[in-house]
Design a protein around this ligand. Structure first.
Ligand SMILES: [Zn+2]
Length: 366
């Protein structure tokens, strides 16, 4: 079968590789729609972010290597021994970070805290290939009302559900979301469902602000044309927001905000409020911790998304409570177009993309 393999950073090739064998507790799938995550697209170009050192080491010692491809919708071709939740023909999506199922945390039903399990696309071959063998515990069945294209976004959405759960919103809380890429727009919609009061969003791209407004922001502020800290101060009567989701940070070369938006979050949040860190910065940051201490700020990070989070995403999208279609702007066709999808996703600002670029692996159906 054909699969994309990495020979190094900035060097991916479409190779013929052996067919994967369906192991016990696993299913064999054919990917229908796949998208690189922003993290994967940056790693492919050797840009430091989450898991950079690990990917670099694997490329140096194991290349050529099948990497990435955890955001997908796939159809099951075969089920392995002991698999009973799924059948041939089912469409499935996945969560990426899996519990090891063996440590004391996993055995005491706190597997969301386990860091020993494999990650699809990093430790296990993902879906930038004609077929893939995936662990049953990663998967969820996709409802018929959800398109292949939308289903490929469920992994990211499950992380956003986990992020909003971390915030433990109270009814009527004022929520600010910095960054209206795919996770920012997901956090916006889930926060509204979770009882947020005033919801204010910030981005530097007109197209992202437009989608944000369409998906329910009370005010979508463009930080290029106005000062978001001053505007939010005014809109909250000088008090600040109860909760700020920081979804904009990361490499400025890719159009992300560096750590400027984290500093803004500290100015936007009220005393005693929460900042939920969704972004990856790609390295250590200078941060005034005394300021956090003085204002009793909580800087929180989401847990890994669980099976329950992933199942919840299916209900949210199938029922229309979370809308993903307005965020999907680039849909490519055929496995050969995977490198272009990586380039678009690594440079979303340049291409006016919101969600990562998707690849329909089997032609143009959506
Ligand atoms: Zn474990």
């Amino acid at each position: 079968m054909k699969a994309w393999r990495f020979y190094g950073f900035n060097d991916m090739r479409l190779d013929d590789v052996p067919e994967p064998v369906c192991a016990p507790g696993h299913v064999l799938v054919e990917p229908l729609c796949v998208q690189p995550s922003v993290t994967e697209a940056q790693l492919a170009q050797g840009i430091p972010t989450l898991a950079y050192d690990r990917v670099k080491r694997r490329l140096e010692t194991e290349a050529p290597l099948q990497l990435f491809g955890h955001e997908f919708c796939a159809r099951i071709l075969q089920t392995g021994q002991g698999v009973n939740r799924f059948h041939r023909g089912d469409r499935v999506a996945a969560r990426a970070k899996l519990p090891c199922q063996d440590c004391s945390l996993c055995r005491s039903e706190r597997s969301n805290l386990c860091r020993k399990g494999p990650v699809i696309g990093f430790d296990l071959p993902g879906c930038f290939a004609e077929r893939a063998c995936l662990p049953e515990i990663a998967l969820v069945k996709v409802d018929d009302r959800i398109s292949d294209s939308e289903a490929a976004c469920l992994q990211s959405l499950s992380d956003s559900v986990a992020a909003v759960e971390t915030a433990a919103l109270r009814l009527g809380d004022t929520v600010v979301i910095l960054g209206q890429g795919s996770m920012g727009l997901e956090c916006l919609q889930i926060a509204r469902l979770a009882g947020a009061g005033l919801v204010l969003t910030v981005d530097v791209r007109d197209e992202a602000c437009e989608v944000s407004q369409e998906l329910g922001a009370d005010h979508a502020l463009n930080a290029r044309t106005s000062d978001p800290v001053a505007a939010i101060g005014e809109l909250t009567g000088g008090i600040g927001a109860d909760v700020v989701f920081e979804c904009a940070g990361g490499s400025p070369k890719q159009g992300l905000a560096g750590h400027r938006t984290l500093l803004q979050a500290m100015d936007i949040v009220r005393s005693g409020g929460k900042i939920v860190g969704v972004s990856w910065f790609g390295g250590p940051l200078p941060l005034n911790v005394d300021l956090l201490r003085e204002r009793s700020l909580r800087y929180l990070f989401p847990d890994i998304s669980t099976q329950a989070h992933l199942e919840h995403t299916v209900r949210l999208v199938a029922s229309g409570r979370v809308r993903l279609k307005p965020t999907i702007k680039h849909v490519l066709s055929g496995i050969e177009s995977v490198p272009l999808a990586f380039d678009i996703t690594a440079n979303k600002g340049k291409y006016k993309a919101i969600n990562p670029a998707q690849v329909m692996m089997r032609g143009t159906e959506r």
